[in-house]
Structures are given as structure tokens and as C-alpha cells.
Design a protein around this ligand. Sequence first.
Ligand code: ADP
Ligand code: MG
Length: 561
Amino acid sequence: TTQPEQFTFQAEVSRLLHLLSHSLYQNKEVAVRELVSNASDALDKFRHVALSDETVRDEAELAIHVELDEEAKTLTIRDNGIGMTRDELVGNLGTIAHSGSLDFLSKLSGDEAKDVSLIGQFGVGFYSAFMLADRVEVRTRSFQEDSAGGLLWESDGTGNFTIEPLEGETPRGTAITLKLREDTAEFLKPEHIKHVLGKYSTFVPYPIYVAEERVNEQRPIWVEPKSQVTDEQYEKFYQYLSHRSDEKPQWHLHLAADSPFQFHAVLYAPQSNFEKLGFGKSEHGLSLCAKRVLVESDCKDLLPEYLRFIYGLVDSADLPLNVSRQALQDDTVFRKIRKVLVKKVLDHLAKMAKSEPEQYLEFWGEFGSILREGIAGDFENRDKLASLLRFRSSHDVDGKPISLDDYVSRAPEDQEQIYFIGGADMASIRNSPSLEIFKKRGLEVLYLTDPVDEFVAAHLGTFQEKRLVSIDSADVKLPAESDQQKAESEEGDDEAQSSDGDEKKHPAGFEKVVELFQAGIENEVEDVRATELLADSPCRLVTPEGALSTQMQKILAMSNA
Ligand code: ADP
Ligand code: MG
């Protein structure tokens, strides 16, 4: 017989394994969820090849078996899915292939308590087996090998693993055996395992058996009428899709249509935006099904990028399924379903913004930074998206961001522009001399502390026919002063202030002052002009008509540096 071949885990895997096996993290149950979800993925993959290749077709039921051996103290999760070849074993169970996991690892700090609570929220997949076991054995045979092609992968999770051929016949698929530790012996009890499976794996689309007994008989909730689905079922389905244990979604939408095309969908917004924690761009979390059978998880084309934070499942009988991703994307029904989904989500948000503004602000606080990307990309829904934007403003109350509709509804009727100012932070914005006249006249100015918001403003261009204008640009036009304001400003100032319009009344000899400045700094600036837009400061710098705002120029200069 051949000697087992020795391998060393990739350094990142060793770090992760160390963390997992030494963690005080209470929720070890997620390991079962991860292994069952891998078994389910392997069954999906097998079903896919079997559909396209008659030679691998198989009459046996595709299923997951959970086997408990009290004497040997082992828990085995077995599937008859796609299996793994030797190279796949080395690649899949020796390295971390997913950029998401690598990102995750690079973010791990020494603060173990914090790190392990994050582990629960991230699918760390196969390696979570070592949260329960001090030794893991994987027996597998790929569908590409004949019955003698079985392999055994073994490791105690401390840095090395071995692979050797199995003797005799091995059934197709994978069996993962966990040698449980003393402190995880609870997982040998059928009641406990059933409880854990009931919690996390009810929606797995293949039968799961614990000692001959099927434990997941859940009908798919998305095809049920809304009234038949309980809050708890919606929550569990969310947790199943998102791998976020013990988290409730912020909201959900349950959609159904019969004509002109048929589809069912359940969509969820999570509580928190992982991108804000610096975990890189999130993956799309939509699953696409045809007649209840999963076709594609993490479907990237059913919702636009700016809704990538949404989890959910879409099921349609009207989609062509044995086609390439490109062909699917170009399919009329597919495009129509996508259009409906986007509309429903945006309508839902608009409704929420109106009837539950506090809740909407909470949503905006988490996902606004992603949602606003849509302004640049989704021309068709720009108006709807524009109404969903929120900004800090000179008129906001308790720092609660306001909408452009709020802004327009309280602006003077003859105000033709929406004013904004960009700056690194609230303090520097509030001290800007450009703000003086607006403060004095009580005109509202949006405060854009996030540079991306200036890009959003630039892309949006106008809102309800009012141009969005940076107040440190020469494009700014002010509405007429009311008679009262005029009287006040004339009273309060000895130097004559201008009336409205372009004609400016400046003290005698002021033209000469302007000329002197022009001559003095002509190489530094494009022009020097008298202005009525200052209240207390003697001068200010503005950008020429149509140019980038000062703040944008600073940002660009920084990124070019
Ligand atoms: P993920 O599921 O996110 O890909 P995992 O760490 O859970 O990451 O699994 C790593 C890889 O190992 C999987 O992508 C798959 O290729 C392989 N794998 C794990 N479990 C099985 C299984 N039961 N059958 C076949 N392949 C598996
Ligand atoms: Mg997995």
C-alpha cells in the first residue's frame, strides 16, 4: 500500500484553524451549518453535470445523511454529490481560495473575542469543522473517478494534512467525519443535532436524514401565499440565505406574479453593511431557482450593483435555464423580472421613507453609501433614487439627514438652484466663508462631508429642475431678497450692499480695488470680481463656472499624489 502523502496548510489556513480551535466562541453550531451547506452545494454541482451529461446520470436520491457514533465519538456528514479529486482536495481543503475569506483573515486582530464573534457572521466554511473536532477525516470520490478512486484526507488541524487512496469501493460523494472533542460531545446526541439542523438547515433543498429520519420537510416559503408564512419562517429563511445566525433582517419583501410571466421572490435587507467594516465589496446574495430547484446562487445579474446588499431567492418557471450566463442576461423574461425586482425594492424604500422615516434613516445609515451608486448607473430609476438620497444640511434637525424633496419644498419659490458645500468634516464646512451669505439669508445648504456625495451631486445634475451647485463656484445664483431682508441688510451695514440681481452697488473707488487685485495676482487666478455673496469675510476663492468644486479638486489632487 502507498504511504499517506504529507501536506502543509497554507499559512492563512493555519492562522484561521488556530483561531477556530482556540476560540471561546459559543456558537459552535455554525460548523454543522457550514458542512451541511457544503454538502448541499456538492449536490447542486452534481445535479448540474448530470443534467448536461447523460453518462453521469444516477437514479439514487440526492441526499445528506448525518451519522452519529457514540462509541467512536464521531459525527459524520455524508453526501452523494460531486466529490473531489486529489487535486481538488489539495486545493479546496488546504488553502483559502475565496478572496472574501482572505480579506476576512487579513482583518483579524489579536482581539480574539471580537474576531470570533465575526466568525459567526462569515461563512468560514469547511475549516469550522475544527471548532467541534480535534481530528477530521474526509472520504471522497469524485464523479470523474471510477469506484476504486476513493481518497482519504486527514488532519488534526495543527498545520498539516495527509491524503491517501482508500482501499476497495468508495461511493460517489463526500463523507466528513468529525472526531468530537470532550467539550463538544453534546453533538453526539440525536436531539441536539436535530435541533441544530432545525435551526440552520431547514431550507436546504435536499433531504437531510438523521438515522433514517428525515428532519427537513419545510415547504419552500416563497411559493406560499404571504399570509401562510410566519415571521419566524421569514427570519429562518433569511438566516439560511445569509449565513447570519441569530440576526433578523431589517425588512423583507415577498413578491409573486403570474402574468405576463410567472415568478416568486423573497428579498431581504440585512441589519448591517459589512462593507462599512472594510470587508471589501459584498457578494450578491440572490439565489435563482427554476420551479424550486436552485440554478445559481449568488446570481449577479438579477439586481443592479447598487442593490448588491440584498439577500433573497427568485424562482421562475419561465426562464431558459440551460443557457450561458450571457444568454440568460439577454433573455426578455429575465430582464423583465429584474426590472420588476428593482422597481419593487425602490417602491418599498420610498414607502418606508414616507411612513416610517426613522426606520428609513436607519436603513440609509447602513446602506446609503451603496444605494447612492445607483445615481451614476441607473438612469431609468434616477428620479426614484434621487428622492431616496439623504444629506446633512444647514437646516437639519439633530443631525438627521434630509431629502432633496424636503429641501425643495422649503426653499424660496424663486430659488433656482440647490446649494451644497463639500468639505473634509462638519467643522471645516461650517467655517467656510462661502457659507456666510447663506446663513445670513437663511438659505439652506447641503453639507457633503463624504467626497462620493459630490460625485453623486455631479451625476444627478438637477433635481426637480433645480441645478445642484457648489456654493464655492462662480455659478451660484441667489433668489431675490425679501423686502424685509433687504431692509435688514441695509440697516446693519454702513457699506452699501447690493440689491438683488447682477448690479452690484459697491463703495466708490471699489473698481479701483478690484483692478489692483487683478494686476497683483493675475498669474494666480483667472479673474477677480466684486461679489455680494460675502457677509463678514473680505474675500473668498471660488472655482470658475463649470469647474470642479474646491473639495473635489483637493480629493483628485490627493489621489494623484
Ligand atoms: P465555500 O463553500 O464557500 O466554497 P468552504 O470552505 O465551505 O468554502 O469549502 C471549500 C471548498 O471545498 C468548496 O468550495 C468545495 O469545492 C469543497 N468542498 C467542501 N465540502 C465539499 C463536499 N461535501 N463535497 C464536495 N466538495 C466540497
Ligand atoms: Mg461552504
